[in-house]
Design a protein around this ligand. Structure first.
Ligand code: 5GP
Length: 202
C-alpha cells in the first residue's frame, strides 16, 4: 500500500520522560524512526555524536539555517537545536514513519510547514512530580532546573494547541496511549486519501 509516512512530533517540558516514551515506541515498532537533531549544546556524559545528537559549532549551525537545511530550528535554554530536513523528507517519501522529539517552538514551525504532522504533548502528572524528576535525573545544576521549571509552566499553557496530550504518570501506559494515537492516525481518511483514490481508479 503506497502512502507517505506519518510525522509524529513529541514535545513536553524537560523531565516529563518524553525521551523514554519515544525510545520505547521506536523499540516496539520497526517502521518508526526517531530523527536525530543537530544542536550547539555540549555533549552530556555518555552522549554519542550521531546517535543522541549531531553536535555542531554555532557558526556551522547558523550556516545550515542560512542554507535552509532545517525543517525547523529554535533556541532552547540558550542553545540552538534543529531538525535536519533531508533525512525527514526522504524517510516520509519512502513511507517510513518519523518521530521528532522537539520543543514547542519547533513543533509549531513543523505544523506550519507540514500541516498533517501529528503534534503530541507529553505532560507530567503534576508540577511537583516534574521537579522531583528533574532533581533525580541529576543532569543539570539547581539554576538550570529552576529555569526548566519556569519554562515548563509556559509550555504547559500551550498543551491545548496540540492534537493530543499524554499524561506520563507511568511509562508503559504512556507508550500504550502513543501506540493508540498512531493506530488512529493511520485510519484517518486524510491519511488514506491516496490509497482510496487508487482503489476507485482501478
Ligand atoms: P536537551 O538539551 O535536554 O537534550 O533538550 C532540550 C530541549 O530541546 C528539549 O525540550 C528537546 O525536546 C529540545 N530539542 C531537541 N532537539 C530539538 C530540535 O531539533 N528542535 C527543537 N526545536 N527542539 C529540540
Amino acid at each position: 500500500m503506497e502512502r507517505k509516512g506519518l510525522l509524529l512530533v513529541f514535545s513536553g517540558p524537560s523531565g516529563t520522560g518524553k525521551g523514554t516514551v519515544c525510545k520505547a515506541l521506536v523499540e516496539g515498532n520497526l517502521d518508526l524512526r526517531l530523527s536525530i537533531s543537530a544542536t550547539t549544546r555540549s555533549p552530556r556524559t555518555g552522549e554519542v555524536e550521531g546517535v543522541n545528537y549531531i553536535f555542531l559549532k554555532k557558526e556551522d549551525f547558523k550556516r545550515m539555517i542560512a542554507e535552509g537545511q532545517f525543517l525547523e530550528w529554535a533556541k532552547v535554554y540558550g542553545n540552538y537545536y534543529g531538525t535536519p530536513l533531508p533525512f525527514i523528507q526522504k524517510a516520509l517519501e519512502k513511507g517510513n514513519d518519523m518521530m521528532l522529539e522537539i520543543d514547542i517552538q519547533g513543533a509549531f514551525q513543523v505544523r506550519e510547514k507540514i500541516p498533517e504532522a501529528v503534534l503530541i504533548f507529553v505532560a507530567p502528572p503534576s508540577m511537583a512530580d516534574l521537579k522531583l524528576r528533574l532533581n533525580a535525573r541529576g543532569a543539570d545544576s539547581p539554576e538550570e532546573i529552576q529555569k526548566r521549571l519556569c519554562c515548563a509552566i509556559e509550555e504547559m499553557k500551550l498543551a491545548c494547541e496540540y492534537d493530543y496530550v499524554i499524561i506520563n504518570d507511568e511509562v508503559a501506559r504512556a507508550v500504550e496511549q502513543a501506540q493508540a494515537i498512531i493506530k488512529a492516525e493511520k485510519c484517518r481518511a486524510r491519511y488514506l486519501k491516496t490509497y482510496l483514490a487508487k482503489l476507485i481508479s482501478m
